[in-house]
Design a protein around this ligand. Structure first.
Ligand code: ATP
Ligand code: MG
Length: 470
């Protein structure tokens, strides 16, 4: 099989390697995705060199443009440079031998065959020759092409060896399954179950890369269900595993919160590619097991799971080595607020309740509403329809209030410095007290979100506190 390699870079690599007398092949994800016709412009390209990857990378880079910067990763014996929108990565073909107790293999230079043996799946071991005599020829020692056509993930070697050598490959199998819609073949999946415990030696950073890719895939709920089935979830994400199961008392059950969560992720993923909103969906009910109570005569309660869930977010992010920045705060905020819009639907809605939610959610109100809509997973179609209709009413009301009062981007109409100046105060709790009183008056609809009204209100409030303007 001869494949067209359209990009100019392949011709350049072929010329340089011909001159230098080393063999080169395109391998891995690029080949797989080219054959699958996945549309991902700027796709990274992996080149395996039968020889020294770093030296070759430098020679190719010089031929492309002498000013290109080559990044060298000494520990891995790899080097890469940026070309158009892609990272071109060079690695010397290698043979790896693993010791069961260590994560770090002994690495020796090897043949193309050795290098293909250490790849994770047959569809990722496909290589295309860049050598003059065989340019474009496919090298497929494990019938990866057949697996690609049949959409099957299978390891090139005995799966127990492949997974034990680098247990992250188990997560990669599930990630590719969710990303590409492939099936993990029977013996391969059985081996994942057998080796699941080995995932413990893999760093949190590498695990999170795969978790994020699963969440961003077209089928995150499939990936999560596979993680659970493979018994990996209990190790890497025990909080999610605990959502599983149904308890019954006095003839009253509750829903299986794991399956509910998967459904919510499926719903939200149909509406957004925002990774962090998908994370919020994953974690929205995370505190249900910890807050679960049976109230005789009434049934199951998960009171406070929104509040406790928000508290759990930083711990979970820290353990998984996810960023502890504004992304985490965003997830935390959505988890903490996820019941609020539903409460607005059920109650007789006051403008002030809507203003308060707009204030607390701020710019993230639309994402919160998406999460809440995704959270409606009842099997009863009539109920779902009714809930969604009620949501539309709440959203209309929000829009109306927002147009009038602009609460989303609320900025205090009178600043702390101004309060200090007007009453000749020192910075202290009284200033905060007046500021909060102004904010509450606006949210409660006593005064408009307007500077003049707020200023007048400040003077009144100051008077009540025995203050006089200076
Ligand atoms: P994507 O880039 O979409 O994540 P990919 O298959 O290109 O998918 P990379 O991590 O870029 O994945 O790796 C490139 C290639 O290197 C893979 O196709 C595979 O051949 C090999 N590879 C990567 N990680 C591993 C691993 N942990 N074990 C074995 N082979 C691996
Ligand atoms: Mg890649």
């Amino acid at each position: 099989m001869i494949l067209p390699l359209d990009d100019m870079i392949f011709g350049i690599i072929s010329d340089v390697c011909g001159r230098e007398g080393v063999d080169a092949y395109v391998i891995g994800g690029y080949v797989r995705d080219m054959l699958l016709k996945r549309d991902n412009p700027g796709k990274d390209i992996d080149i395996v060199i039968i020889g020294d990857g770093v030296t070759t990378a430098r020679a190719v880079a010089r031929a492309v443009n002498p000013r290109i910067k080559v990044s060298v990763f000494k520990t891995f014996g790899t080097a890469m440079f940026r070309y158009n929108d892609a990272d071109i990565e060079f690695v010397g073909a290698r043979k790896e031998s693993y010791n069961r107790d260590s994560r770090k293999p002994d690495v020796l230079p090897g043949t193309l065959g050795d290098d293909q043996n250490r790849r994770d799946f047959t569809v990722n071991a496909l290589a295309i020759s860049l050598n003059k005599a065989t340019y474009g020829e496919m090298l497929d020692p494990f019938n990866g092409l057949d697996d690609l056509r049949a959409k099957i993930l299978r390891t090139p070697l005995d799966p127990d060896t492949t997974f034990s050598d680098d247990p992250l490959r188990m997560l990669r199998a599930i990630r590719f399954s969710a990303q590409l819609g492939f099936t993990i073949n029977g013996p391969t999946f059985e081996s994942i179950k057998r080796n699941a415990d080995r995932i413990k030696i893999v760093s949190a950073e590498r695990i999170s890369v795969e978790l994020n890719k699963i969440l961003l895939s077209p089928l995150p709920s499939k990936g999560l269900a596979l993680l659970e089935e493979a018994q990996l979830l209990a190790i890497i994400f025990p909080e999610l595993e605990k959502l599983k199961g149904v308890e019954e008392k006095e003839g009253k059950g509750h829903k299986d919160n794991f399956h509910h969560t998967l459904k919510v992720i499926e719903n939200i993923s149909a509406r957004t590619d925002n990774l962090w909103l998908r994370w919020a969906a994953l974690l929205h009910d995370i505190a249900k097991p910890a807050t679960k109570k049976f109230i005789p005569g009434t049934g199951w309660s998960f009171h406070g799971h929104d509040f406790l869930g928000a508290k759990m977010v930083p711990q979970i992010f820290a353990r998984l080595k996810l960023p502890l920045n504004e992304k985490m705060k965003y997830v935390q905020k959505l988890v903490g607020l996820h019941l609020r819009p539903i409460a607005l639907v059920q109650e007789e809605v006051s403008d002030s309740a809507i203003r308060r939610l707009l204030f607390e959610a701020g710019e993230d109100i639309d994402d919160l509403m998406l999460l809440c809509q995704a959270d409606i997973t009842s099997g009863n179609r009539y109920k779902v329809k009714k809930h969604l209709e009620n949501f539309v009413l709440v959203m209309e009301k929000m829009k109306e209030i927002e147009e009038k009062d602009a609460i989303r981007t609320f900025q205090p109409p009178v600043s702390g410095e101004e309060i200090i100046k007007v009453f000749g105060l020192k910075p202290g709790p009284v200033v905060g007290d007046i500021k909060t009183a102004i904010k509450d008056a606006i949210l409660d609809g006593k005064i408009a979100n307007d500077r003049e009204e707020a200023y007048r209100f400040m003077l009144e409030r100051g008077k009540e506190l025995g203050l006089k303007p200076v």
